[in-house]
Design a binder for this molecule. Structure first.
Ligand code: GCU
Length: 618
């Protein structure tokens, strides 16, 4: 049977529950969570790097990976070999090579790497003083785009696919006190079977784009905790605690929330896990108006974990979106993970403060983090600032729906972002995809992702940015006929009437026929404008044209009674190789309400006033 058919057969013959079990198995993998709230040794800073477009440091001249040919080849860059005598032949030297900053993409740090797509080797030397001989040590990466092969002291720790989710390796047995050398092969080439696939409307920033750190934990440590308002038992906080280690069974776990006068004790089962459920009388629900976070203390006889968690409920009731059982309207904006002022991928707490500060200035209570999981600073700051969040995995446009490896890649990225952010009150929606073409393999792919998300976390809502279309034969009546609209909890779709679809005045000729009894969240609309380009409101790329699209769109939205919110595309201009119009785009998508120089365009103030009006209690 031809491979393709077997793949197709394999997908349909694996019942969804087995897909779920498979995904759960890797969910118990030795991944470290909570590194954000644990003491750690940062490996951020100056690293050496070697550009390696032919992957000379990975393959011998017969194109065999040095990983697999067994013998310890000095020619393999991950061995960080040094000549032992004047006659030795070593054709690379990290310590004599150029340096680069981590975290950070290479494109905007080195002009010669601006368009580079390929392999770059990173090397960092460090010493490490273990606090206790019985402790374990994990090496943690916030993200590396797109594939990382990681070696410590010449030992391959493993590889990771996916440019926007965290991963870690236990290094307890490989780490030395002095003279450690960490070598990472980073390859940002795009692949048709990738997630995302070859074609995206954002810059393919390569590199170790987020924090790198060493985290030391006790032999039996608290590896995961979940604590949420119970969706079935009202008035209860529920969740679980998972310990990791050889003695994790039958262990006492204390969960204390002092401000709720909760002091509870639990005992783990044979798998080192205990479910928890605690009745609460009175609680200060988290909300945008009151983003209250409770200190939570989890302790065992070996480990202590301190988190701050907001408690709230989010659900739908017909076409209404309910936050803490009260109807809520999402005043949103879309954001790419980019600091346009500095250039390149955003990665720091300060970057998060800038981006979410701009969203707050706009009057937002909600952001759509497009089109991939952003760094953890963003969701933790959103918790503190009271900004609700839509998180998304990069199942974007024309993914390879019938490729089992592509599916596994997508489900791993989904599991990883849920594992990282499941305690963040700000996160209310998990999005499965963006603008994906309708087909039965795509429906199967997305439906399995949605099932996995629901099984991992039934406290949040599922959505996806779908596409709208005309009712049969009547282009001025729009509807959502996508079968995946029956799977999601919140009906979201992108629409660009006035930009990709007619001129701005077309908005007034459109009516919407939305038949799904679900809240509607318009996930994108917008128009390009180069800041400072002024003309009449029908001149493309002028600020006036963009403003005209906004005023006409906002009027059109008043004709959608189920509308529970929207997130215009987009907060800030962002780099895209697809946008090449000279003197207007020059490699930037100009749909930002804020320019790449940080200036506010006319449309910024139109939306800001609309949101201000929305907050006035009638
Ligand atoms: C699409 C897509 C975005 C893209 C935008 C645009 O809807 O979701 O990623 O940047 O439209 O064309 O500007």
């Amino acid at each position: 049977m031809e491979k393709r058919d077997s793949l197709k057969l394999m997908r349909f013959s694996i019942p969804a529950f087995l897909l779920f079990v498979l995904s759960q198995l890797s969910a118990q993998s030795n991944q470290l969570t909570n590194e954000y709230i644990r003491p750690s040794q940062s490996l951020n800073g100056t690293w050496n790097y070697i550009v390696d477009p032919y992957e000379t440091g990975y393959y011998n001249y017969r194109y065999q990976p040095y990983d697999e040919v067994g013998k310890k080849a000095d020619a393999a860059f991950f061995n960080n070999a040094k000549p032992s005598g004047k006659s030795d032949l070593i054709e690379y030297n990290f310590d004599e090579s150029d340096t680069i900053q981590v975290p950070g993409d290479w494109n905007t740090q080195k002009e010669k790497l601006f368009y580079y797509e390929g392999t770059i080797w990173y090397k960092k030397s460090f010493d490490y003083q273990r606090k206790s001989a019985t402790n374990r040590v994990f090496l943690h990466f916030g993200a590396v785009n797109y594939q990382a092969d990681v070696y410590l002291n010449g030992t391959k720790l493993g590889k990771h696919l996916g440019g926007f989710t965290p991963f870690s390796f236990e290094v307890s047995e490989v780490l030395k006190k002095t003279g450690n050398y960490l070598v990472v092969k980073v390859d940002n080439k795009r692949h048709k079977e990738g997630v995302p696939t070859l074609n995206t409307d954002w810059w393919n920033y390569g590199g170790i784009t987020r924090d790198v750190k060493l985290v030391e934990v006790p032999a039996d440590f608290i590896s995961e905790h979940v604590l949420q308002m119970d969706t079935e038992k009202s008035g209860f906080l529920s969740g679980y605690i998972q310990l990791n280690g050889s003695q994790n069974a039958n262990q006492e776990v204390k969960v204390n929330i002092p401000e709720l006068k909760i002091q509870t004790k639990w005992v783990t089962d044979a798998q080192g896990r205990t479910n928890i459920s605690v009745p609460i009388k009175k609680i200060n629900f988290w909300s945008p108006e009151n983003p209250y976070l409770y200190p939570v203390l989890i302790t065992t006889n070996q480990d202590t974990l301190r988190d701050t968690i907001g408690f709230r409920t989010i659900k739908t009731q017909g076409t209404k979106l309910l936050l803490n059982n009260k109807e809520v309207f999402l005043r949103g904006i879309c954001i790419h993970e980019e600091n346009a002022l500095r250039g390149g991928r955003a990665y720091s707490g300060d970057d998060a403060k800038m981006l979410l500060g701009w969203a707050k200035e706009l009057g937002c209570n909600y952001v759509r983090l497009a089109h991939y999981p952003h760094n953890e600073h963003m969701v933790r700051l959103a918790d503190e600032m009271g900004i609700m969040v839509w998180e998304e995995i990069p199942v974007y446009w024309t993914i390879q729906w019938e490729n089992a490896e592509t599916y596994q890649n997508a489900v791993t990225q989904l599991k990883d972002v849920i594992r990282r952010d499941k305690n963040r009150a700000s996160v209310i929606i998990w999005s499965m995809a963006n603008e994906t073409p309708n087909s039965s393999p795509r429906f199967e792919f997305l439906s399995n992702l949605a099932k996995t998300a629901k099984n991992l976390d039934n406290t949040r809502l599922i959505s996806a940015a779908l596409e709208q279309g005309s009712v049969e034969g009547n282009p001025s009546v729009r509807t959502i006929s996508d079968p995946f609209a029956d799977v999601v909890d919140v009906l979201s779709f992108n629409q660009y009437i006035g930009w990709y679809d007619g001129l701005p005045d077309k908005c007034s000729q459109i009516t919407w026929e939305i038949t799904q009894n679900k809240p509607v969240l318009i996930s994108e609309f917008g128009a390009d404008a180069r800041f400072g380009f002024h003309a009449d409101s029908l001149t493309r790329f002028s600020e006036e044209y963009q403003a005209y699209v906004y005023t006409e769109t906002l009027k059109m939205f008043s004709k959608i009674p189920q509308l529970s919110g929207f997130s215009p595309w987009i907060l800030v201009d962002f780099r895209s190789p697809r946008r090449v119009l000279p003197n207007i785009q020059d490699g930037w998508n100009r749909k930002g309400l804020i320019s790449s120089g940080g200036e506010r365009k006319q449309a910024f103030y139109i939306l800001q006033e609309y949101y201000r009006q929305k907050t006035i209690v009638k």
